[in-house]
Ligand binder design. Structure first.
Ligand code: AMP
Length: 287
């Protein structure tokens, strides 16, 4: 693995291309870690994976307006560039791309990637146009950075399926790598949005990971009936009045089709508002 040195920081596509061309001229394999900043240990784990597996690691920081709905938190999404650059410096990436919105979406921008199939249920249903924004920015970042491998977190499980689909359908020469969910010590999945939580909300937010854990235990004990597992999970939310479930599902991890009986690895996925903060979490249940 290359030793950690301060990464080069670029803000324009032209400067990014120059740096990528230089890395390619030195025959470096390129790893891409796309982020929206407000970095935490989950992001660092992706950067570490890229550093292990690639010669030249590119981190992008861009709060992508196209993936936020009109009533979502684009404006108030945490922006912590100084701390992010320090965190990236610690892990040791080679290049950080921090464009502004105008650099990524010119005034005439008219092209978006429209996806169906795995992009439609769950997050796709709750957040119309979300994956259209994600697929569009990820394709642009792939085109700009020409990565050999790109790193995503299982935290956004459906997003990883959407990206795999995008890569397969559009014949993109990128290997998609999905890294495990990094959690706080009490189980809460790390998220840039956790800073929104008040103290009581923070306590109740662990209900999400607890319910997933309960599902895993129940499956380990032999339960295979989806409705029985879901009912036990829902019980936990009765003690968390600040948590409003948006969906709580057991689904096929390849197609996202809901299952009624567990006959193999099954995705347990949850989305909930904790106060005004929307959180997601998931776990693969080994049936
Ligand atoms: P974001 O900055 O929230 O868009 O996330 C950037 C990448 O980090 C995405 O691929 C996420 O799935 C991943 N990520 C976010 N939170 C975590 C986490 N707790 N553990 C692992 N990966 C994560």
């Amino acid at each position: 693995m290359p030793t950690a040195t301060a990464p080069e920081i670029v803000t324009t596509r032209a400067a990014l291309r120059t740096a990528i061309d230089a890395a390619r001229a030195r025959r470096r394999s390129i790893g891409l870690v796309p982020t929206m900043g407000a970095l935490h240990a989950g992001h660092s784990s992706l950067i570490e994976a890229a550093r292990r597996e690639c010669d030249f690691t590119v981190v992008t920081i861009f709060v992508n307006p196209a993936q936020f709905g009109p009533r979502e938190d684009f404006q108030r999404y945490p922006r912590t560039l100084e701390a992010d650059l320090a965190a990236i410096g610690k892990v040791g990436a080679d290049l950080v791309f921090v464009p502004d919105v105008g650099e990524m979406y010119g005034p005439q921008h008219a092209t978006f990637v429209e996806m169906q199939g795995v992009a439609l249920p769950l997050e796709g249903a709750a957040r119309p146009d979300h994956f259209r924004g994600v697929a569009t920015i990820v394709l642009k970042l792939f085109n700009l950075t020409t990565p050999d491998r790109a790193y995503f977190g299982q935290k956004d499980f459906q997003q990883s399926l959407v990206i795999r689909r995008l890569v397969a359908d559009l014949d993109l020469p990128v290997e998609v790598r999905v890294c495990p969910i990094v959690r706080e010590t009490d189980g809460l999945a790390m998220s840039s949005r956790n800073v929104y939580l008040g103290p009581e909300e923070r306590k109740q937010a662990i209900t999400l990971s607890r319910s997933l854990h309960l599902a895993a235990e129940s499956v380990a004990a032999g339960e295979r009936d989806a409705e029985a597992i879901l009912a036990a999970m829902r019980e936990l939310y009765r003690n968390a009045p600040s948590v409003r479930l948006e969906y709580l599902v057991l689904a096929n991890p390849d197609t996202l089709e809901l299952v009624s009986q567990l006959t193999g690895p099954t995705l347990a996925a949850v989305a909930a508002f904790v106060g005004k903060t929307r959180l997601i979490d998931n776990q693969i249940l080994l049936a």
